[in-house]
Write a protein that binds this ligand. Sequence first.
Ligand code: AMP
Ligand code: MG
Length: 494
Amino acid sequence: MIDCPLQPTERARSTLWEHRFASLGEDFFVALAPTPVPSPYWVGTNAALASTLGIEDFSDPASGWLESLAGNVVRTGMRPLASVYSGHQFGVWAGQLGDGRALLLGELAGQEVQLKGAGLTPFSRMGDGRAVLRSSIREYLCSEAMHALGIPTSRALCVIGSDLPVRRESMETAAVVTRVAPSFIRFGHFEHFSHNDQHLQLKQLADFVVDRFYPECRSDGRFGGNPYASLLQAVTERTARMVAQWQAVGFCHGVMNTDNMSILGLTIDYGPFQFLDGYDPDHICNHSDHHGRYAFARQPQVAYWNLYCLGQALLPLIDDQALAVQALETFKPVFAAESSRRMAAKLGFAAASEPVSALGNAALSLLAAEKVDFTIFWRRLSHWAVRRDMADPSVRDLFMDQRGIDAWLLQFSEHVTHNPLAHSADLMLGTNPCYVLRNHLGELAIRAARAKDFSQVAQLQSVLAQPFVERPEFAAYADFPPGWAAGIAISCSS
Ligand code: AMP
Ligand code: MG
């Protein structure tokens, strides 16, 4: 049992908590209570997600959830802990990291519930254990936007603000975001125990992950009955598919360190992420990434590199380098197939084919040449494809040099004409989102929230929850970014 230094209040009760991660034992975490924040207030709430966790009285003041998820009250059943992990940051071994400001409270309905920004832990190093309002709102909105786009991700239950001052480049205020995922175990958890030659703990962790999330690895015939090679293969496959989805919607993660890579192939740890405005494969969204290691087009390569680190960490268990390499080799074919399939869907084809991939690549080259707005291009093309009228200027108007795009539209149209049954403009409209969380949209909601107007967070959240449903009253959310958007600098500071 873990001792909780805070006493639960009378009303903080009822909901059934589990904590399977805690059963791993104390080599994996340090149990400690969150550090309270003064006068917490709701910034954003996700009642739909709360309901799936069995929380029905979420925003009822009498329920006490505000105090609990601010970290001010530990409810009965919660067993907060900070887990230990290590990792490679920007390609370099960084040694021990760990939950420096996150606390895992336990599980509700099979989902882990974690506070981020809940105060100092033994793993805080030079940090203050806090997260600022700005980055918490970004993480909250983006988790839910990615989920609505069908991209595997941690979810976000709420953001709670406090006027507690927090020093970053300038003085800001604190917030706590509650994140939800089946597990927050990272590649870095495995790297930690492997690097420290704690092979018993490494095996315990791998068995925990296999038994809970990848039971099929126990009976996978492909790796001579080696469940850990099978696990590496399964994680490789999920990661490849996830990154293919990122590329398909123009999502740039920004800090793909191995400690930010989920063992479940979920998008986690939203920091300096960005959805591309103008299409630029070399775009670097993280102002702390001076060499462009995590530039948009490099994400697949980096994912592969990170999987190699995971493979290295699992080697004491796999015990056969050739098997590990075989497992990792899945990445290239899976990523290629998933990317082609995603690109085909963007163009309205349910199945990939060589001519469709060629059309997709040609479109990307045209977009890159003029840094045409990625989301608007694909959305306009989806509407254009309904009638494919060459006199309709909506797509060509996005380009300065219109010869290339005119020729491309003709080619695309001809391909559809020759394959009418394979094509669906509806598929395009359900694949190419109208609304994504552009930096400037987040920024406007953050500015309002700083002035204690939280309505914009809620409104943006509701628009992003249905990214394929055009609503005329929200046309501004689908528009080009304003000139000042290019000047928004997002760094690792959060
Ligand atoms: P990140 O870049 O957010 O993935 O964080 C990398 C490491 O730094 C993790 O171990 C975090 O827990 C830790 N960290 C980041 N910000 C803070 C902070 N303000 N206080 C304590 N630890 C932090
Ligand atoms: Mg992180």
